[in-house]
Design a protein around this ligand. Structure first.
Ligand SMILES: Nc1nc2c(c(=O)[nH]1)N[C@H]1C(S)=C(S)[C@@H](COP(=O)(O)O)O[C@H]1N2
Ligand SMILES: [Mo]
Length: 380
């Protein structure tokens, strides 16, 4: 006869690695990643969609600014993924606290944690798929990712406020409860934190090469290798995708609108003073690559059409449709001597995919605003 087994004891969680100190130790790095990601994301948003009053004050220097901030945005978002998973693992037993709701305040606190976790998962998931240009959802990525960023940031502040006593204990090590544990030399916790650090290091090192040229050789998983593409530069939207063909360019002229409107052929543009600049394309999706550009200064063209030192510019692409067909450029960008209507890239005539016959290249600017296949330039 088989002995009957005693009833299964209720699930208990080993206190060690599911405790507040481990959660805080991971949480501070996760918090740092979220804050960096949020700040650089808001900056990117204002550079791309500035309200009218701000457009003329957005700085065109340092020329590498957007390359650094957007590289940080994508890198901190990627690093946050293993941190968030580790953090959720340390705190998940708390989801099963009994009774589930002790008081209205407790209910509110649990609700705020739910919003925080949901918003964080949503942001990291949509952001990650965006860098692969994969949009398996019915909404428009940019406005939703931007709105949920504020939701995430707000619920993070609330969470920090609610958890403040525990966070303070972590940094001051005053509370008797936590002093009772031999914190620093708990081998399990050390191993866990080491594992999380290794995971963050691995995902960062294998992707950050897309914006940090020196780490390019380590780059394995980033969706776009900065070295892959015609003329040594990646292409996000090809001429074919934009509906720009050799035939559609026959008889091309740059139409310049302003107090003294004019139209310039490619030969006339080539006859104007040419400048060479070294500037990166820094895509919002995280990759960036520096290149040598040759062309005419935008401010020279604006001046020719009757613009002054305060003029801004509006640029229209030959592309038939697309979110980046029309681009506006504030005063500091339009007047910067580095801002070119580029005709050549790395010593060669622009290829069709890089914007032939003429494209914009400007310092400290999101890639989406480096308009290709320019057909019209307006003094604004
Ligand atoms: N007209 C037009 N210009 C455009 C785009 C576009 O879709 N249409 N894509 C932009 C984006 S998202 C980037 S990152 C850069 C990339 O430039 P490249 O293809 O020459 O590397 O071009 C920008 N210029
Ligand atoms: Mo881009």
């Amino acid at each position: 006869m088989r002995p009957t087994l005693p009833p299964r004891p209720p699930v208990t969680f080993k206190a060690r690695l599911h405790d507040a100190r481990t959660a805080t130790a991971i949480g501070r790095w996760l918090g740092l990643a979220v804050v960096v990601c949020f700040a650089t994301g808001v900056l990117s948003h204002y550079l791309q969609h500035p309200p009218g009053w701000l457009a003329d004050w957005l700085p065109s220097r340092p020329y590498w600014g957007y390359r650094v901030t957007q590289g940080l945005h994508v890198a901190s978002g990627i690093a946050a993924i293993p941190l968030l998973l580790a953090k959720l693992w340390t705190v998940y037993p708390r989801l099963f606290t009994w009774p589930p709701v002790r008081s209205p305040l407790h209910a509110l606190e649990r609700l705020s944690v739910f919003v925080l976790v949901a918003a964080a998962l949503f942001q990291l998931f949509t952001g990650l798929l965006n860098i692969f240009q994969w949009y398996p959802w019915p909404f428009s990525f940019v406005p939703v990712h931007y709105a949920v960023a504020w939701l995430l940031f707000g619920s993070l502040l609330l969470h920090l406020a609610v958890q403040w006593p525990r966070i303070r204990d972590h940094f001051t090590r005053r509370s008797p409860g936590t002093l009772a544990l031999p914190e620093a030399d708990d081998p399990d916790r050390r191993r866990l934190l080491l594992g999380v650090t290794a995971a963050v290091g691995a995902v960062t090192l294998t992707t950050v090469g897309q914006s940090v040229t020196a780490l390019g050789p380590l780059e394995l998983f980033s969706p776009r290798s900065p070295d892959h593409g015609p003329q040594g530069l990646p292409v996000n939207r090809t001429a074919a995708a934009a509906g720009v063909t050799g035939a559609s360019l026959a008889g091309w002229r740059l139409v310049v609108a302003g107090p003294r409107p004019c139209a310039l052929t490619l030969d006339e543009l080539r006859a104007l003073p040419q400048y060479e600049v070294t500037l990166p394309i820094a895509c919002v999706e995280g990759w960036s690559k520096s290149a040598h550009w040759t062309g005419v200064r935008v401010r020279d063209i604006l001046e020719r059409a009757g613009g002054g030192p305060d003029s801004r510019a509006r640029v229209v692409s030959l592309e038939k449709a697309g979110a980046y067909r029309v681009m506006e450029m504030g005063r500091l960008y339009a007047q910067d001597p580095l801002t070119l209507l580029a005709l050549r890239l790395n010593g060669e005539v622009l290829s069709l995919d890089h914007g032939y016959p003429a494209r914009i290249i400007a310092p400290n600017r999101p890639g989406v605003l480096q308009t290709k296949w320019v057909g019209r330039l307006e003094v604004a």
